[in-house]
Design a protein around this ligand. Structure first.
Ligand code: TXA
Ligand code: MG
Length: 331
């Protein structure tokens, strides 16, 4: 690892600047979580509304009391099992935490990432690093440095390169700030694994749940309209869409010889591998000169829950009503 870059990143963070760093899930756009002015720069760079909370990344679970006012047993149990790793826990915030970090809520999202560069940075910095995904608001999260540059260009002071992120989609988020733990966002750490540790079923977000931009129906969207088609309907939907434009397909099986799709990308059969390639694949399809992306619906099994969630949001977020005669949006 490049110690000089880590040092430079720490200097920038201490001066209130922005550093993009790799995590095992996606790239994060980081600022000193204890510096409200620095955190405000994150929102400006992303074009993100100020009332959305950001996750605070920590080197370990040692300093939880600096950020959380109440640490229920569920936090200790989940931290022990899944940290460092792709799990974010929402807990009651400590008084000293700024409204910029929490979006004005009385909770805070905390995560200890496992990526060696994130770990090196957090250990060298010593404090918490506030970091949402390093993309413009509403776009697909970046999983490589090239994606980060496409999204943020020169809006950041430094980018640490860690290659392609292993998990490829954002962390699982569990709200443990109330009585019943709530799954706010599915991810690599599955609902079943969490329930096995807590020995209680996870609830779904209700009206009283905290706001989370990643839980908006329309989010994680490519620029092209995206349509999800069941495996059985895939050929028919491709044919229908191809009568009006150029079709890009993301499927789990090879292209049939008769298909009228312009581009056909085959994703892995394994859910975790599919997640690893999902955002990079969608970005590639977004830029292939087609007018619509059709994704074969992921299987309904629990291991595909996180991929189903992201593909579903991408469809809601990107699709303009596609009907006969309407122009599909490009770029
Ligand atoms: O994998 C990840 O979680 C990545 C990497 C960089 O760690 N980060 C990430 O951050 O995805 P972001 O901001 O793009 O998504 C974090 C989600 C948002 O939906 C945010 O609203 C939610 O976490 N969140 C953060 N703090 C929260 C809180 N106190 N209560 C409820 N939701 C919270
Ligand atoms: Mg995000």
């Amino acid at each position: 690892m490049d110690q000089k870059s880590i040092k430079a990143a720490v200097t920038i963070l201490r001066a209130g600047g922005l550093v993009v760093f790799p995590t095992e899930t996606v790239y994060g756009l980081g600022a000193d979580a204890a510096n409200a002015a620095a955190v405000r720069k994150i929102f400006a760079a992303k074009g993100r509304p100020a009332d959305h909370p950001v996750i605070v990344h920590l080197a370990s679970d040692r300093d939880l009391t600096r950020w959380a006012s109440d640490i229920p047993p569920a936090v200790r149990q989940l931290a022990e099992r899944f940290w460092p790793g792709p799990l974010t826990l929402v807990v009651r915030r400590a008084k000293s935490v700024s409204d910029e970090v929490t979006g004005g809520q009385d909770t805070i999202g905390l995560r200890v990432p496992s990526h060696p560069i994130a770990q090196a940075l957090l250990n060298a910095f010593g404090g918490g690093i506030a970091a949402p995904s390093a993309n413009r608001f509403g776009h697909i999260s970046p999983t490589t440095v090239r994606h980060v540059r496409e999204e943020l260009g020169d809006r950041v002071d430094l980018i640490l390169d860690g290659g392609a992120c292993e998990v490829g989609i954002e962390s699982t988020i569990v709200d443990v700030s109330g009585g019943t733990p709530v799954l706010l966002r599915p991810g690599r750490v599955s609902e079943e694994e969490i329930e096995a540790v807590l020995q209680v079923p996870l609830a779904r977000p209700g009206a009283g749940s905290p706001r989370a931009s990643g839980t908006l129906a329309a989010h994680y969207a490519p620029r092209l309209p995206l349509v999800v088609a069941s495996s059985g309907m895939l050929d028919a939907v491709v044919r229908e869409q191809a009568s009006r434009g150029l079709v890009a397909v993301l499927a789990r099986r090879p292209r049939p010889s008769y298909s009228s799709a312009t581009v056909w990308m085959v994703g892995p059969q394994d859910a975790a591998e599919f997640a690893h390639y999902l955002y990079a694949g969608l970005r590639q399809l977004d830029q292939c000169g087609c007018t619509v992306i059709i994704v074969e619906a992921p299987p309904e099994t629990p291991d595909w829950a996180a991929v189903r969630d992201r593909v579903g949001r991408a469809a809601v977020g990107s699709a303009e009503p596609i009907s006969a005669g309407s122009e599909a949006r490009v770029g």
